[in-house]
Ligand binder design. Structure first.
Ligand code: ADP
Length: 428
């Protein structure tokens, strides 16, 4: 409804009002952000506020007939300009009281721009009596200077943020690099130590095996002499000895017999090596048949019942497989319960990549805490008077399993029976 000449000066008021309110909002925003971390003024709020204000201005200009903006009769020719001037001033005071301008480049330049904006409003526009007069042009110039201040602050602050971030990320990257390098160095040190230990262990293991082999091998010779002279004494001079002499001789011969078994067991143990060169196609059913025929007498004497499911064929050392089954089945017969007839079940489970042989009996069993210990050399849970043996059988079983890339374990319920589980790696 207003004509163009009276509308033009009001466009200045509207734009300054818009800017000053926007500045005031910014000052409040930064205040509330500082005081209530979780009550931030969102972007949505700012956009909505801006849109509403724009529509309100447009509505006023479009609907209300505006009065003349200039009033040369009073001292300040443009009284309407005081409103944005006051808002600029309030924004300036708020910003100064916030104190952020001392630390942040952008707010520093915002203060400058507000000062310029206030001067532009309060002094010059108040003296402008018509469009494009001296004060009017000066005010426009100052307005642009104010914008440049904001832009400069924005650019400097962006540049500084970028620089600081660059410095921070460079520092973070170099710190991470240093940590990584340190870890790598530590890992390679540990690796080198491990390789060295492994070599030492391998060497000492080989030496130990060699020692056990040589010692037991060399012990056999004098032992054989003791046994053969013992036999001769028994056959030729038994009558010449009194009862006590005969007892001594008998004890000596049985001790020599035990020692011979022990040496043979030790030799068998030290001979087991992971030598895949001896591996061939082995049918475990055939091996089992051979073992059962070897143990024929013991099975018959104990009236043991041996059940076996069909066992698989695999690439393995045939002699070691025989030793393994013989030791396990032999033990199941030896450690049978006096209260019932022994029953031994042999089967094989399917596990990906492994052949899992199980030998289960209903014998005397053992306490679960000994499940690992019994696999160690010379570890026995019973005295020789109760059960004959050397304590090498199960260590041979475990060593054979390990030589075939597997494991040997046992579980048991005392008085009810035991299960021995041997895992052998399948080779293709
Ligand atoms: P040995 O039988 O010569 O004593 P092993 O190494 O074969 O030596 O066995 C170690 C110990 O594990 C045995 O002394 C025995 O106490 C226990 N053991 C082995 N097999 C069984 C079994 N089937 N039932 C109960 N105990 C067993």
């Amino acid at each position: 409804p207003s004509d163009l000449s009276s509308l033009a000066p009001w466009s200045w008021v509207a734009s300054r009002l818009f800017l000053s309110i926007f500045m005031l909002l910014c000052c409040f925003t930064s205040r509330t952000e500082v005081s209530y971390e979780n009550r931030r003024i969102t972007e949505k709020f700012v956009y909505l506020g801006t849109a509403l204000f724009t529509f309100a201005c447009f509505g006023i200009i479009a609907l209300v007939p505006l009065p003349a903006a200039y009033n040369p009769d009073i001292f300040f020719h443009r009284p309407a300009e005081f409103i944005p001037a006051v808002i600029f001033l309030v924004s300036l005071i708020l910003l100064l009281r916030n104190g952020h301008w001392k630390q942040f480049y952008f707010e520093h330049w915002l203060v400058l721009s507000l000062i310029v904006a206030f001067i532009s409003q309060a002094v010059f526009m108040s003296h402008s009596a018509q469009l494009f007069d001296y004060s009017f042009d000066l005010a426009h110039l100052l307005k642009k200077a104010g914008y440049i201040c904001v832009l400069t602050g924005l650019l400097i602050s962006m540049y500084m943020t970028f620089k600081t971030e660059e410095k921070n990320s460079f520092r973070a990257v170099s710190q991470a690099n240093m940590a990584l390098e340190a870890e790598l160095a530590m890992r390679s040190r540990i690796e080198a130590r491990l390789v060295k230990r492994e070599k030492e262990l391998l060497r000492s293991n080989q030496e130990l095996e060699q020692f056990a082999y040589i010692a037991s091998h060399d012990l056999q010779e004098p032992l054989r002499k003791i046994q053969s002279f013992g036999d001769r004494l028994q056959s030729h001079y038994a009558e010449a000895l009194d009862e006590r002499g005969c007892d001594y001789l008998q004890r000596m011969r049985s001790a020599a017999g035990r020692m011979s078994t022990l040496i043979n067991d030790l030799l068998a143990f030290s001979r087991i090596k992971a030598n895949t060169g001896n591996h061939s196609h082995v049918d475990l059913n055939e091996v089992l048949k051979g073992v059962l025929s070897d143990l024929d007498w013991q099975i018959e004497e104990a009236r043991a019942l041996v059940n076996s499911q069909s066992l698989p064929s695999l690439q393995a050392d045939g002699i070691q497989m025989r030793q393994l089954l013989q030791n396990l089945i032999g033990n199941s017969i030896k450690y049978r319960s006096p209260d019932r007839l022994p029953q031994i079940d042999i089967d094989c489970l399917n596990e990906p990549g492994y052949c899992v042989i199980r030998v289960k009996d209903n014998g005397i069993g053992f306490e679960p805490q000994y499940a690992q210990q019994i696999f160690e050399v010379f570890q026995r849970l019973h005295s020789r008077n109760e059960y004959d043996g050397t304590g090498v059988g199960l260590s041979v079983v475990r060593r054979i399993a390990e030589a075939h890339g597997g494991t040997a374990e046992a579980s048991s319920i005392p008085g009810e029976g035991s299960v021995f589980i041997v895992k052998l790696k399948l080779k293709t």
